[in-house]
Design a protein around this ligand. Structure first.
Ligand SMILES: [Zn+2]
Length: 413
């Protein structure tokens, strides 16, 4: 902190004071407002705060927050402080706040919004950038992902110091990462193919088989991976196999963990040491949380977009454990619910399915079309009351529906 120019120190101090006031006023954790004020006083604050640190940036449509947590936990093996924006404030102000709150930390792991990545790479001179996956977040943003991939690719071409850790199974991610001078490829899998049927290089049809994907017309094909997720294990570059044994459930989180292991390797941390920290991560920003509600066990899963629903299905307890699906269509969710038709709901059949949320009827029509029997319910407590005491209820909800349910179960039953 002492090395910072006076203007940056003023900006950080003002930002910190604003953050404390915001917390006292009961408006969230205050970190973002602190960053906003700091950046207004000193627009170069982010690069000043990032100077002389080893910065890891994490981006992609799904899994950013969890992967950021897992990498932070893995870097714990270094025995020094690691700064992080653990609560998902992932635009410039949130990043500045996270660094400003940990002025002595020599390392930082920062989740970054996809659109902000190029600017943040330059501002922080990031050592490592993690690219997880790229798919539509909302129906109305379909065209954006191709543009994003192009901007990332150009950003890497202008950042030769940067190592990219990228998911080789996602063609658009691979194409973007190929702009970088140094890439570690990870075979982390891709559940959602609907946004990547076309070759980013020539526009032809991509072919998929057991070996991955390749373009039928040009040379663009899946790169060979250094780290491979194989069911519950990771195979490293030497052929060594390690059981992941995470506390977090599901295939999506195993993918995130393999990416985290590849990042740990960049900093000289082997899988055994990295996993020790990663296994201590049990819940991320309230997701995968288990709560007791009227004598039932309730598991909360967030699914923000079509790819996220598939990941959530992977985490469900097997039938007959019931599931509550809740869908809203407020601004943060996307107003358009036509994406419901992109998800195959047949996998939830064979168990009691409850449907709730402001757009419960849209979801009901969708389930009807997939011939999945369901019951409409009036919110989380109605669903809980239909489950046998002592048993489990899984809950999958999109963004604002998830927030509402979290708030409801946070209150006394
Ligand atoms: Zn091609």
């Amino acid at each position: 902190m002492g090395k910072l120019p006076i203007r940056a120190r003023v900006a950080t101090t003002l930002g910190g004071a604003a953050g404390r006031m915001s917390r006292l006023a009961g408006r969230g954790d205050g970190s973002v407002i602190g960053g906003v004020i700091g950046l207004r006083v000193e627009p170069g604050l982010l690069s000043m705060l990032a100077a002389d640190r080893q910065i890891v940036l994490v981006t992609g449509t799904n899994g950013k927050t969890t992967t950021t947590r897992l990498i932070t936990a893995a870097l714990g093996a270094l025995g020094v402080e690691v700064a992080s924006n653990a609560f998902g404030a992932n635009m410039e102000a949130g990043l500045a706040a996270a660094l400003g709150q940990a002025p002595e930390a020599p390392y930082a792991v920062l989740e970054v919004d996809e659109k902000y990545l190029p600017g943040v790479i330059q501002a922080t001179k990031a050592r490592v950038v993690v690219l997880l996956n790229l798919s539509r977040d909302q129906m109305d943003r379909a065209a954006e992902i191709w543009l994003l991939a192009r901007r990332w690719r150009e950003a890497f071409q202008q950042a030769p110091w940067c190592r990219v850790v990228a998911n080789a199974d996602d063609p658009l991610i691979a194409w973007a990462a190929m702009g970088a001078a140094q890439v570690t490829w990870v075979a982390a899998g891709q559940r959602w193919h609907e946004d990547s049927w076309c070759c980013p290089q020539c526009g032809s049809h991509l072919r998929r088989d057991d070996m991955g994907w390749r373009c039928g017309e040009c040379t663009f094909s899946r790169p060979a991976a250094r780290w491979v997720l194989d069911e519950s294990r990771v195979i490293d570059s030497t052929g060594g196999m390690t059981e992941l044994n995470l506390a977090l459930p599901g295939r999506a989180n195993r993918s995130n963990a393999v990416v985290a292991l590849a990042v740990a390797e960049v900093f000289g941390i082997g899988p055994a040491a990295a996993l020790q920290g990663m296994r201590s991560v049990t819940s991320v920003a309230g997701r995968y949380t288990q709560v007791q509600r009227q004598g039932r066990q309730v598991r909360l899963l967030l699914a923000k977009n079509p790819a996220g629903w598939l990941e959530a299905f992977d985490v469900l307890e097997p039938p007959p454990v019931p599931v509550l699906l809740a869908v809203n269509a407020q601004v943060p969710d996307g107003r358009d619910t036509s994406w419901l038709w992109d998800v195959d709901y047949r996998v939830v059949a064979g168990r009691p399915v409850f449907v709730a949320g402001e757009r419960a009827l849209d979801l009901a029509v969708r389930l009807e079309a997939d011939r999945v029997p369901f019951q409409l319910v009036d919110g989380i407590d109605d669903a809980v009351s239909r489950v046998r005491p002592g048993s489990t209820l899984d809950v999958i909800a999109n963004y604002t529906a998830f927030q509402q349910i979290r708030a409801a179960v946070g209150r006394a039953a």
